[in-house]
Design a protein around this ligand. Structure first.
Ligand code: AGP
Length: 368
């Protein structure tokens, strides 16, 4: 109904704009800002100090949140991660080490394959943790440790605020794991908490870019294909950006590791191929910059999502540049999710699709 949507045309738009607030709630649940410490009472059930490996399984957008988190857990906490889409994981017959943690990420907490993966790890004697948005869900009930996202009800089929809140919990959990594993001192934890707490503000800044992104989306809405590229944590964002676009605008889109371009997809590049490159000026920027040159040299139409420094260095190569604020690397995936959401939202509105209820899709996939 109109009332529930407030002044917004679609639930998706409302949910995109709610992000600073619900991220604030979610971080507030896991961070003690006065003490600059973490509040991981519930997660004390996970023995990160002695863990040698953690399994993560999820579907769709929740899986991409897990892919981002793999970089955090491995880099910040030094914990190897085995991650797969739940529909593969549950049938893969992966050997499990009893006692090791397994983490499941799900907005609804009812996704059939994710639940089956959880039960597989349970049967293997693993410690089950879940990040869910619906606290009363089956996945929450069957978990040893439940870490809620405080995103509030998500109505739009395309997941937006649940995704960034999943990233929020995962980032805080990775810092907690790093501390438990002796990888971060008390001082370093305090520093990280300070950085995490800034994420809602950067998301609010990103939302202010909406008018410019809407202009870019008008052109994009006429495309029949699009390629999303990124490296590092921007690779799962590329996958998520492509999923979001195809889900609601029905434009065929693929996310690719920028470094894989030469191994095939570069053959697709011509003037009709929009290439969305997610490239903050981070540790892998120079590598992405050379991929940008490769695309530009073949006439590809580049939509660059970067910060000021990145725009200075490669902005001449792109047809469109969305200039984000300079975001600390740890929380960049949370902020950079926003322009991707807005791009697909506005492309879908221009295309005239049913944004909140796209064809063939259900909000929660409770059957295989
Ligand atoms: C996201 O936009 C999708 N609609 C979909 O991929 C979703 O993320 C997936 O089905 C997982 O759902 P869950 O988080 O409720 O488990």
């Amino acid at each position: 109904s109109m009332a529930e949507k407030g002044n917004y045309r679609h639930f998706m738009a409302k949910e995109i704009h709610e992000q600073p607030e619900v991220l604030g709630h979610t971080f507030g649940h896991y961070l003690d800002l006065a003490q600059e410490s973490l509040r991981f009472g519930a997660a004390e059930g996970i023995d990160f100090a002695n863990a040698t490996r953690m399994t993560i399984a999820a579907c769709g957008t929740a899986y991409y949140a897990g892919l981002v988190a793999r970089y955090w857990f491995e880099r910040v906490a030094g914990l190897p991660i085995d991650i797969d889409v739940a529909s593969e994981f549950r049938y893969r017959e992966a050997p499990l080490t009893p006692g090791q943690p397994a983490l499941f990420v799900s907005q609804s907490g009812e996704t059939a394959d994710t639940l089956a993966s959880l039960r597989y790890c349970r049967a293997g004697g693993q410690k089950i943790a879940s990040i869910v948005n619906v606290a009363s869900s089956t996945i929450a009930r069957e978990s040893d440790v439940v870490l809620p996202t405080l995103a509030g009800p998500e109505i739009g089929v395309a997941s937006t605020k649940a995704f960034t809140c999943q990233l929020a919990v995962l980032a805080a959990l990775a810092v907690h794991a790093a501390h438990a594993r002796g990888r971060l001192s008390e001082d370093e934890v305090r520093e990280h908490v300070g950085i995490l707490a800034e994420a809602p503000g950067y998301v609010a800044d990103a939302l202010r870019l909406e008018a410019g992104i809407e202009r870019v989306a008008r052109d994009l809405s006429h495309a029949s294909n699009a390629l999303y590229l990124g490296r590092g944590t921007n690779l799962p964002l590329a996958l998520e950006g492509a999923l979001k676009l195809k889900e609601i605008s029905y434009i065929h889109a693929e996310g690719y590791a920028a470094g894989e371009l030469k191994h095939g997809p570069i053959a697709l590049i011509d003037e009709d191929m929009p290439v969305i490159v997610i490239a903050p000026h981070d540790a892998v920027f120079e590598k992405v910059a050379s991929n940008i040159q490769e695309v530009a040299a073949r006439g590809g139409r580049i939509i660059l999502i970067t910060d000021e420094r990145g725009a200075e260095e490669v902005g001449t190569q792109s047809a469109e540049t969305i200039v984000m604020p300079t975001v600390p690397p740890m929380i960049a995936p949370i902020a950079y999710a926003v322009p991707l959401q807005l791009l697909s939202y506005h492309a879908a509105v221009f295309a005239g699709t049913d944004v909140d209820q796209p064809r063939n899709l259900a909000k929660s996939v409770t059957v295989e």
